[in-house]
Design a protein around this ligand. Sequence first.
Ligand code: FAD
Length: 492
Amino acid sequence: MPDRPVVVGGGIAGLVVAWELARAGRRPILFEAEPEVGGVVRGHTVGGLRLDAGAESFAVTRPAVGALVDELGLADEVVRPEPTGAWVRWAGGTAPLPVGGLLGVPGRPWAADVRRVVGVTGAVRACADLVLPRRVGRQGSGLGGLVRGRMGGRVVQRLVEPVAGGVYAADPDALEVATVTPALARPDVRSLALTIRKSAGSRPRPGSAVASLRGGMHRLSETLATAVRAAGGEITVGTVVRSVTHAVGTWTVTTDSGRVLRTDTLVLAVPGAVARDLLGPAAPADLSTTVATPPTPVRLVTLVLDDPQLDRAPRGTGVLVARSVTDVAAKAITHATVKWDWLARAVGPGRHVVRLSYGRDDDSGGRPADDDALIEVARLDTGTLLGLDLDARSLRASAVVGWPAALPVPRPGHQAAVRDLRAQLRSIGVLLVGGPAAGTGLGAVVADARAQARTLLDPAAAAGRHDRPTNVTDARDEGPAGRTPAAGRMNT
Ligand SMILES: Cc1cc2nc3c(=O)[nH]c(=O)nc-3n(C[C@H](O)[C@H](O)[C@H](O)COP(=O)(O)OP(=O)(O)OC[C@H]3O[C@@H](n4cnc5c(N)ncnc54)[C@H](O)[C@@H]3O)c2cc1C
């Protein structure tokens, strides 16, 4: 009987694990609820254009995605953003985002672009980071506490909060430093600025920290799915896993299409709350607090606009918005046709694509609830953020995509809690991967998924981590649900 691990969830994490397993000859079976693979890294069509529905770039500061792209033969498709840079807006001003920072933390606190945002007083305070003792800020809460202690509150409010708000939809104080900025968490770090400067290199340019693929990041998911299938894996889309039950060392997986499979290896690559609900009584007690606390729901609005005013890229690649701003509801806008040359060429002259994101941890996920009303808000926000008077007739097409659970917040203590949780899950044959465990961002999620997949393939390595090795054995198709008593929820 061939080994057939079952992977629930075909976002980037599930696909990466499936690919590692397939390449090792394990013939995984993956179920994805949506009609196409990718999760947040999937595409959609707006006004005849194939665009990213969620993630649109990856951080090059972490090597994992670049390595994966190379291995999949996509290296020639990697594109860098145009070096026009993004802007930041706070109550009282709008200015170019300082270059060479890390999640908004400046690498050169006295640079002119930093002074323009935080003022001379703010920059003087930020420079204290260069001389303060190592321990200062370490007792603070999360990334916000660390930066406030070393560089002052203005850097947090005007730089870290808008950038972290865009990436995590969370208060910087709630973000675990080791997860969101690992380089700053090392015990030998004395100055944040010096550490960032060292990793950014001597001549950082705007946008140099990220890259994407020509045609959009969703091509990564599509290419991975093709590679999984080519290596003997099975991917079934449009199929929801309804229940997983555990009895005498075997998991029984039941889908909404009536398929029932048995496996000794269950990979959960789904939002934390879905993992909790699927595992039911088999879920370790601390699963809820570790990976299933409610994330901030976000909504992404894409507008296709015809307006020649946009040709001059008034705010570069876009604007990140501080919480203190009250005249727009968006937390960020990306001027996608300025940022990505391939897209500008695809749409042709005079046509533009902008993406606005809504939803912070201190509101209800972007008001108003109605999509049409939100599109109108987005059009007005676009004008305000880009400093233009946009005519309603310039709107050619639009789309709203809701991501209710895609931005989990890695709170202080997260990594240690995940290690404990995973050890418990591994002892019952479950591997938990994806954003809820790894932290938000493709770099973190891909690196973690690959490392976790290898613990399945190399039980000795897993045992070396003092966890019971996972036994990858067979998944057997049991036929339609209901014909077997194992189809019911029988968690042990
Ligand atoms: C709007 C947005 C933009 C982002 N932009 C970027 C970016 O530009 N760069 C970056 O690095 N990061 C970005 N991120 C973060 C990054 O995309 C995520 O951290 C990462 O994609 C998470 O991948 P995942 O596989 O863990 O989860 P997901 O992508 O959420 O995948 C989980 C999958 O499980 C499926 N599923 C759920 N329940 C079931 C079930 N019962 N049965 C079967 N399938 C199920 C879902 O349909 C989904 O496809 C962004 C996030 C959001 C929300």
